[in-house]
Ligand binder design. Structure first.
Ligand code: HEM
Ligand SMILES: CC(C)=CCC/C(C)=C/CC/C(C)=C/COP(=O)(O)OP(=O)(O)O
Length: 384
């Protein structure tokens, strides 16, 4: 990380350390349909939220958002979700759909893109189908639990952001209490499954990933520091370690190498999204880097982490599963896709510097193509 980068991160971490977890803008907390009975602690948090909005506004040199929303109307918490809009218990398909949506299935599915090849490489071929099934089901339930709890904790933010406003909680299809219960049950089932059929390391990593995502990232860092993306990558890259540990009972240098690839990779992946939805994040008072720092600073980080991603992917080549390293299938794929990823990252930065339309979703989609191809190569390598 660059020296100037460290400066902003440290400042962010300090801010994160002194402010409480809930740090939304005035607008977010006073939306007409977020009518809650307001206990004194919540009122105090709102005062803190105004401080953070001010912090964000100061850094971006934008005027402080006016407090124009209507005052909160005290109602019982159970009335938070208007009964009319809740999914009727009789409509089984709609109920199932809403609960599945809580697990963010697209993200669960994508996390598995990295887990399966890691397991194959660790096993030097196709691992036992039983173990694959356990890790896939246990891992999906764990990621689903982590996501459902994230939906519960972030229901206020998700309501304010356009991108997330159709999720089950902001759309009032599931009550917050049901989402919380669902997330906790899924979490317990997933960890029990891993404990019963894998080993302690894989189980411990699974539990740690859930707790880390929901407590360290969602409750704390996401709302308080632009370093949220960096630290959030730890749990995003954890499935690689979980898969490897489930097969071997340990973690080798190659496992850590693959972890590093996903960890660095998620920075350009997420920053591209954060540039695209910068206004959303700003409205919700979330200090994502593009909201609180200059575009120049974001550009530097996109390039830095894209290069680190490619460097880590190439470093995995000689490591492999044993002294022989990985085959040229993997090595050449890492080089070619790496060049393409870097070309796209530099293209985005070039457009930003020239003041052209940035089209960040081009990089976002490229990051996905890159990681998918790279991990297909890992799997292919395990088969040869
Ligand atoms: C490593 C940690 C990761 C982080 C921090 C991350 C972050 C995110 C975020 C915040 C979103 C937006 C979610 C939404 O709109 O609901 C997203 C969407 C997406 N991510 Fe990731 N992601 C990670 C891993 C992955 C992986 C491993 C892949 C696949 C190779 C992937 C591919 C995608 C795709 C395709 C979408 C779009 C989903 C959709 O349109 O429904 N992500 N990611
Ligand atoms: C095995 C296991 C438990 C793995 C957990 C993996 C997991 C769910 C990783 C997500 C990583 C991450 C920082 C996502 C962004 O959340 P966000 O809240 O910023 O995204 P949003 O804005 O779309 O809600």
């Amino acid at each position: 990380m660059s020296t100037c980068g460290r400066g902003v991160y440290l400042r962010g971490v300090v801010v994160g350390g002194v402010l409480p977890a809930r740090t939304l803008s005035d607008g977010a907390l006073t939306l007409p349909d977020r009518r809650v009975a307001e206990p004194p602690r919540r009122r105090a948090r709102r005062a803190d939220a105004r401080k953070v909005t001010h912090h964000v506004s100061t850094i971006t040199e934008r005027p402080h958002p006016p407090a124009t929303a209507r005052p909160l109307v005290p109602v019982a918490p159970r009335d938070l979700v208007p009964p009319r809009q809740r999914v009727g218990a009789g409509d089984v398909a709609a109920v199932i759909k809403a609960y599945v949506a809580l697990t963010k299935p697209r993200i669960v599915e994508l996390l598995l893109v990295t887990t399966v090849p890691a397991m194959m490489l660790a096993a030097g071929g196709v691992p036992s189908l039983w173990l694959m099934a356990v890790v896939l089901v246990g891992g999906s339930l764990a990621a689903g639990a982590a996501n459902a709890l994230n939906c519960y904790i972030d229901r206020d933010i998700d309501q304010v952001m356009k991108r997330t406003s159709r999720r089950p909680l902001p759309a009032h299809r599931v009550s917050p209490r049901s989402a919380l219960a669902f997330g906790l049950v899924l979490g317990v089932v997933s960890v029990a499954l891993m404990a019963a059929f894998t080993n302690w390391l894989a189980t411990g990593l699974t539990l740690a990933a859930i707790v880390y995502y929901d407590v360290v990232y969602t409750l704390w860092l996401k709302r308080s520091t632009p370093a949220n993306t960096f630290w959030g990558g730890v749990c995003g890259a954890a499935p690689v370690l979980i898969g490897w540990a489930a097969v071997t009972g340990g973690l080798s240098a190659t496992a850590w190498g693959l972890f590093a690839v996903v960890f660095f990779w998620q920075m350009p992946h997420f920053y591209a999204l954060a540039i695209r939805f910068k206004a959303d994040y700003a409205r919700a008072g979330i200090p994502m880097l593009p909201v609180v720092a200059s575009q120049r600073r974001v550009n530097v980080e996109i390039l830095l982490f894209s290069w680190l991603t490619v460097a880590a992917s190439v470093a995995v080549w000689p490591l492999g599963r044993d002294a022989l390293g990985l085959s040229p299938i993997y090595g050449l794929t890492a080089l070619v896709t790496g060049v393409l990823l870097l070309r796209e990252a530099h293209a985005l930065v070039g457009r930003a510097r020239r003041g052209e339309q940035m089209r960040p979703m081009r990089l976002f989609h490229w990051t996905i193509t890159y990681l998918t191809i790279l991990f297909v190569a890992v799997a292919a390598d395990a088969l040869v």
